[in-house]
Design a protein around this ligand. Structure first.
Ligand SMILES: Cc1ncc(COP(=O)(O)O)c(C=O)c1O
Length: 398
């Protein structure tokens, strides 16, 4: 697409230049190009489940549309869904939430950006995990604030370093964002770390945004939300949604949980932007939360099986080292032992092996020596990917 001369001379708002994208999409485009040229590619680059929503959810959306539930509706979400979310969080995460503390948005990312718009002022500092979801620093910069990374390092099993976080808090620090289980490392923050984050937040009067989108995709133990810690519900925003736990990526449905004044502020932003999430997807989402077929547990069982196969296989590849993820559906692999840059390893895997993965630099400077593989293909595909990776490894394993 070429821009007309007039468009080129008119100025686009500077905040857009502060934003950056997500690395997965560039790899995906290249992989698609190779496929068009006749090459077979195993797609392990996107964070998109290869499952689809359970049958009762699909039936519920069809029924909702047939019954005419396709109108404008409540800006903060249908009361029936907000109540269902509050009940679901109590049941699955043991946290006490009132439905007035819930706001529904089209996607977890939208819920996240509304929360950030509601809480962050230009000039503020925002702490975020590195490696982590690239939208946190990008959108922070877009709001005119400063994004300050805190490292998640392999030497600490990718748990946050509280001394580092503490040393990076200044008078301008306003928000700390984290994601547990973390994309891309798969780390579940320990209870002690959550307690330390909570006490720092209280000491320095910070907001905490906890992105819990992978909370259900857990390979052991019970999920602990920082919301449940004493004094935290008033300064915490939970971000979650239906994309990963219920395999509903394209439905665009997420939600935020926060104290009522925060939800009221976000509601005003909704009114000024997208008005409401679609009525029929919200009705079907309430059905998803009921999970009458046990779809979530079955899906997590499948991810667990894939993790066992793939992580063990990757650890057998010369120059690769992979800590088994405790949650989410990614394998985060240290490739420093190959002697090549991660981008070069990713390039060789895609171009010569037909396996698409993302070089970890897309998740922050702390990811420079890593590759991320998504466990979103069936076991047989993952075994084939391992065979292909082993073949390409000949390029560095001399
Ligand atoms: C950590 C994290 N947060 C948010 C999202 C986006 O979720 P949604 O598709 O519901 O907008 C993703 C998707 O990859 C993610 O990994």
């Amino acid at each position: 697409m070429t821009l007309s001369a007039a468009t080129r001379t008119r100025k686009i708002a500077s905040r857009v230049a502060e934003l950056t994208g997500e690395g997965a999409l560039a790899v995906y485009s290249r992989a698609k190009e190779l496929e068009r040229a006749g090459k077979s590619v195993i797609h392990l680059e996107l964070g998109e489940p290869d499952f689809h929503p359970a049958a009762p959810v699909v039936e519920a959306v069809q029924r909702a549309v047939a019954d005419g539930h396709d109108r404008y509706c409540a800006t903060r979400g249908l009361p029936v869904l907000r109540e269902a979310i509050a009940e679901y969080l109590q049941r699955t995460r043991r946290i006490a939430v009132k439905s007035e503390e819930v706001l529904v948005a089209p996607g977890c990312k939208m819920a996240l950006s509304l929360a950030m718009m509601a809480l962050i002022e230009p000039g503020d500092e925002v702490l975020y995990p590195d490696p982590g979801f690239p939208i946190y620093p990008s959108f922070t910069r877009g709001l005119g604030a400063q994004a300050v990374p805190f490292g998640l390092r392999e030497g600490r099993q990718f748990q946050p370093d509280m001394q580092e976080i503490s040393s990076k808090i200044t008078a301008r620090t306003r928000v700390l964002i984290f994601n547990s289980p973390n994309n891309p490392t798969g780390t579940v923050f320990h209870r002690e770390e959550l307690e330390r984050i909570a006490s720092l937040a209280q000491e320095h009067d910070l907001w905490v945004i906890t992105d819990e989108i992978y909370a259900r995709i857990l390979f052991g133990g019970e999920y602990q939300s920082i919301w449940a810690l004493p004094g935290m519900s008033e300064r915490t925003v939970i971000i979650d949604g239906f994309s990963k736990s219920f395999a509903m990526t394209g439905w665009r449905l997420g939600y935020a949980v926060a104290a009522k004044p925060v939800i009221d502020a976000m509601d005003m932003l909704v009114l000024n932007t997208f008005t409401c999430a679609a009525e029929f997807t919200q009705l079907a989402a309430a059905e998803a939360l009921r999970d009458t077929t046990g779809a979530v547990e079955a899906m997590v069982g499948e991810y667990r099986a894939r993790r066992e196969i793939f992580v063990a296989g990757l650890n057998g590849v010369p120059g690769f080292r992979c800590v088994s993820p405790e949650g989410a559906f990614y394998a985060w692999v240290n490739v420093a032992g190959t002697g090549l840059r991660a981008e070069e390893v990713a390039r060789l895997l895609l171009e010569e092996g037909g396996v698409a993965a993302i070089a970890g630099g897309a998740f922050g400077a702390g990811g420079r020596e890593y590759l991320r593989f998504s466990l979103v293909s069936a076991p047989e595909q993952l075994r084939e990917a391992l065979r292909r990776i082993a073949k390409v490894a000949g390029a560095w394993a001399k």
